[in-house]
Design a protein around this ligand. Structure first.
Ligand code: FE2
Length: 148
């Protein structure tokens, strides 16, 4: 496997917002529809355009998060292989781990600015494997607070 051939495209963009319902109404104005509401981040709303699988996720600000795009997540067909390739390149990862409210296996690494760069998988094999190992939100928080 080669890191260059392992991303399928964007999976979702996560927005931190002042007013979740205000954003829902704003995006509805452009034709977005509510895909689902989850308890991720104490209440997230996922929205999509009809006929398009790309997800925009909105949730309220938590802790030291900044308003705006919190991260962009990219889909991969083989999250274990991609994680192994990146670890071989000495890239520090905080997963893979299963995130129950979103039904995804994800890991984060830091982009050259030190911000979150997320990889996600919705492959049933990966979900089954990582479902047993519960991720804790504090682990991700610690990962981004750690000095290089
Ligand atoms: Fe995400």
């Amino acid at each position: 496997m080669n890191v260059k051939s392992m991303l399928e495209g964007p999976d979702h963009i996560e927005y931190v917002v002042k007013d979740v319902e205000g954003f829902v109404e704003f995006f509805k104005m452009f034709g977005f529809e509510v895909f689902r509401r989850t308890d991720h981040h104490h209440g997230s709303v996922e929205m999509k355009l009809p006929g398009n699988d790309f997800i925009f996720e909105f949730h309220a600000k938590e802790g030291s998060e900044n308003l705006g795009i919190e991260h962009i997540s990219f889909a991969t067909h083989d999250i274990d292989a991609l994680a192994a390739e990146l670890k071989a390149k000495k890239i520090d990862l905080d997963g893979p781990k299963f995130i129950p409210p979103t039904d995804r296996v994800i890991f984060n690494c830091k982009d050259p600015n030190g911000f979150k760069f997320q990889i996600a998988s919705t492959e049933p094999v990966a979900i089954e494997k990582y479902k047993k190992l519960r991720a804790r939100a504090s682990d991700t928080k610690k990962f981004f607070e750690r000095k290089p």
